[in-house]
Ligand binder design. Structure first.
Ligand SMILES: [Zn+2]
Length: 372
């Protein structure tokens, strides 16, 4: 069951491969667990051969993932095999109040449960990502001032009271890192660093399948690594943080005088079409990201660096200069330079990570009938 839960869906033959059990034993166990209503099987055709596809039964319950971005809210509902049953995104006012955001999220989760004909008690748990460091022991934001109007708010407690299910909160980039490490660009690697480059710059580190939180939840906050000790004051209160050089808001402000008000999408499209100013801004941002990432690599030595967030849509215009600077500024290794690659889950990485968190916790808590 752990093998099915972790991989979502696999054939009986694949199940025999990953568990080391004989195909006959797997077949017997699958029959037994299907009869018990725990697994679900369906015939499928793989490479022209008929196979029996095994997933967890829908009756095991559902999980919800919630991602609060700085500008939008995304909610997904998935079954115990991580099959996404519903996914919705809605804009949020830039300075929305925490209670408004949390009420909207709870409303969306309830509506989505109704849409898939699920009762409220089928919800096993909720994972929530917010764009600020989180003290995962309390479910509260760990650094004052990072999300205006959200300081002191008991994010986990408020949502849990509203939805009547356990709620687990973490930093959104940590959840993006978890999703990429489990089933995205970082799959198969033991040490994965993830950068989420958008209006803010977040980061997460996953070692041995687990998110590194540090003392109070600030681990991996690459957006607040100093790249110029005399640089501008950041929203965190420090000076010269990476975010003050490569955050989307800063890039847009740099272009506004010559090109008027643009969205991040406009800048990326214009850069792709050859606009030299837009290309230059993304090139410089890539170099700044490279400086901070090189420091991260010298400290943590990840096997792979995955870059997500909206700015990653710029592709090689951003990643090329970033990779060059990372190579220049990291300690040379006989293994060669670290790979710097785009995210595989793209805009859904954080919400997938939130679903993964909810499912992991449900599994550990025994709600799925599988011990960790
Ligand atoms: Zn900062």
């Amino acid at each position: 069951m752990s093998a099915v839960q972790q991989r979502g869906s696999l054939t009986q033959i694949e199940l025999a491969g990953v568990t080391g059990l004989s195909p006959a034993t797997v077949s017997n166990i699958v029959k037994e667990l299907t009869a018990a209503g725990v697994l679900h099987t369906a015939h499928s055709t793989r490479n022209g051969r008929r196979a029996l596809q095994v997933t967890l039964a829908r009756g095991l319950g559902l999980v919800a993932g919630v991602h609060f971005g700085t500008r939008s809210l995304r909610v997904s509902l998935a079954d115990a095999s991580m099959r996404v049953l519903a996914d919705q995104r809605m804009p949020l006012a830039p300075d929305h109040r925490a209670d408004t955001g949390l009420q909207r999220a709870a409303l969306l989760v309830r509506e989505m449960l109704l849409d898939v004909d699920a009762a409220p008690d089928e919800l096993l748990g909720v994972g929530v990502g917010v764009p600020a460091p989180v003290d995962v022991r309390t479910g509260r934001i760990a650094t004052v001032g990072m999300m205006r109007g959200w300081d002191e708010v008991d994010v986990g407690g408020t949502l849990s009271d509203d939805l009547g299910a356990p709620v687990h909160v973490d930093n959104d980039a940590n959840l993006g890192a978890l999703a990429e490490a489990r089933s995205g660009a970082g799959a198969g690697h033991d040490a994965v660093a993830y950068l989420r480059v958008s209006h803010g710059i977040g980061g997460g580190i996953v070692l041995g399948g687990r998110i590194v939180h540090g003392r109070g939840g600030v681990a991996g906050e690459i957006g607040h690594v100093t790249i110029d000790e005399n640089g501008p004051i950041c929203r965190c209160g420090n000076r010269g943080c990476l975010e003050t050089f490569a955050g989307a808001g800063v890039l847009l402000a740099m272009l506004s005088e010559s090109r008027g008000p643009l969205t991040l999408r406009d800048v990326i499209d214009a850069a792709r079409a050859g606009d030299p100013g837009c290309r230059r801004v993304l090139f410089d941002a890539g170099q700044h990201l490279g400086v901070a990432t090189a420091s991260l690599c010298n400290l943590v030595d990840p096997e792979i660096v995955v870059v997500g967030g909206q700015l990653a849509d710029a592709g090689e215009i951003l990643l090329g200069p970033m990779r060059t600077v990372v190579e220049q500024r990291t300690m040379p290794s006989v293994s060669g330079p670290v790979s710097v690659v785009p995210s595989e889950h793209g805009a859904t990485a954080e919400v997938r990570g939130a679903l993964t968190l909810a499912l992991d916790r449900a599994r550990v808590g025994g709600a799925l009938g599988v011990s960790a």
